[in-house]
Write a protein that binds this ligand. Structure first.
Ligand code: PMV
Length: 372
């Protein structure tokens, strides 16, 4: 893309993966650790600086971000996130840690003078508990972090952590109190544990990728995460013993599953933990008819276990297959949408393959990149 004579527009790119929560949903709200897996699905944001650096036109009216390819509703959200970025960047110290607050202010003022166009591409299903908002926040934060580093002529000491923090802050616009799990998986990818130690973000550790196929599936939700978390909280605060016991057991299962996955446990061990967690989530009334149907179908295709994933009430679920059952996992993922459609519903499913089976086109990519 060219502006003016012989001067190219500058472009910054950020990526964010979708996610599948393996263990720890709801228990994580009360401080128990969680385990999640990035999906081979992602959102990519390209932030194009349309005004060449050499031709800054000061007389141009102050422009904000334009995202002409997005639907009207999304444009409003993107505009709000863009304003958030300026606010958060203004709040924090400048990237090289030596610049003064004033330098950051100057940089933001400078960015305000420019015309940016945002291009978004995504194959993460929306509103299904598969981390679409976190993926979008991570992608936008990644592109912004790359741009800021370039503008400040500074390399961030840990640009991925800066991206995660920014993405986490942006996610407040979607979820009042995000845990940081979704944005952590969106930014870093891989299979990760999350420990809540009272910091702004949880501590995360990269674990070995499960050496067996897992199918991530999802159906529409009847309620959102905020409402589901609030209903469990109300019952817990009212002293409901089922809720107290279930949350403690879900937390314990998550801790054990993290240790098991860290030690490279076989599919059967992880599947047994998933089945146990699923019974507890069902006891918490987080189940849905379509999810139950999907999990039964997975069994028919040879899954060794499965569970509700995330907040429940529809949304995401997962099925675990033995390491030699890649074809069965693929057949289940292909059959599920049509089967659920026959019953008047809708579903999506994707196989998360062990790394050695991952086709090259779905390999993890870095979350940020500089100008291209
Ligand atoms: O929004 P979901 O479906 O990915 O669920 C988030 C997991 C919860 O534990 C229910 C909420 C949280 O913030 O930890």
């Amino acid at each position: 893309m060219h502006q003016g004579v012989g001067v190219s527009a500058v472009e910054y790119t950020g990526n964010g993966f979708g996610k599948l929560l393996l263990f720890g949903e709801h228990a994580a709200v009360y401080g128990y650790p969680a385990l999640g897996l990035a999906l081979p699905l992602r959102t990519t944001v390209r932030l194009v600086d349309e005004v060449p650096r050499t031709e800054l036109n000061r007389s141009m009216s102050r422009s904000r971000l334009s995202a002409p390819h997005l639907p009207e509703k999304d444009r409003e959200i993107v505009q709000a996130l863009w304003e958030d970025l300026f606010r958060f960047a203004g709040d924090r110290s400048a990237p090289d840690n030596r610049s003064t607050h004033n330098d950051t202010g100057n940089l933001l003022e400078h960015l305000r003078e420019r015309q940016f166009t945002l291009h978004v591409w995504s194959n993460v299903p929306r509103s299904r508990g598969l981390g679409s908002s976190a993926a979008a926040c991570a992608a936008l934060a990644g592109a912004w972090t790359a741009m800021e580093a370039m503008e400040a002529n500074a390399k961030l000491p840990d640009s991925q952590h800066a991206t995660w923090l920014l993405a986490h802050k942006l996610e407040h616009r979607f979820h009042g109190t995000p845990s940081g799990i979704d944005t952590g998986l969106a930014v870093y990818g891989g299979c990760r544990s999350f420990l809540f130690n009272g910091g702004e973000l949880p501590e995360t550790q990269l674990l070995p990728h499960p050496a067996f196929p897992i199918v991530a599936a999802a159906v529409p939700r009847r309620s959102d995460t905020k409402a589901l978390v609030a209903s469990i909280r109300r019952r817990r605060e009212a002293g409901d013993p089922v809720v107290h016991q279930a949350l403690a057991q879900l937390g314990r299962i998550s801790e054990q599953a993290i240790r098991a996955v860290a030690a490279g446990a076989p599919a059967e061990t992880v599947a047994a933990a998933a089945n146990e967690a699923d019974s507890l989530l069902t006891a918490l009334e987080l189940d849905s008819e379509q999810v139950r149907y999907g999990l039964r179908l997975a069994r028919e295709y040879g899954a060794v276990g499965g569970k509700i994933s995330g907040a429940g009430g529809g949304g995401a679920f997962l099925a675990i297959f033995g390491p030699d059952r890649a074809e069965a996992a693929a057949a289940f993922a292909a059959a599920l949408p049509a089967q659920i459609e026959k019953q008047g519903g809708e579903a999506e499913a994707i196989v998360i393959s062990p790394p050695q089976l991952t086709p090259p086109s779905t390999k993890a990519e870095s979350t940020t990149s500089g100008p291209s």
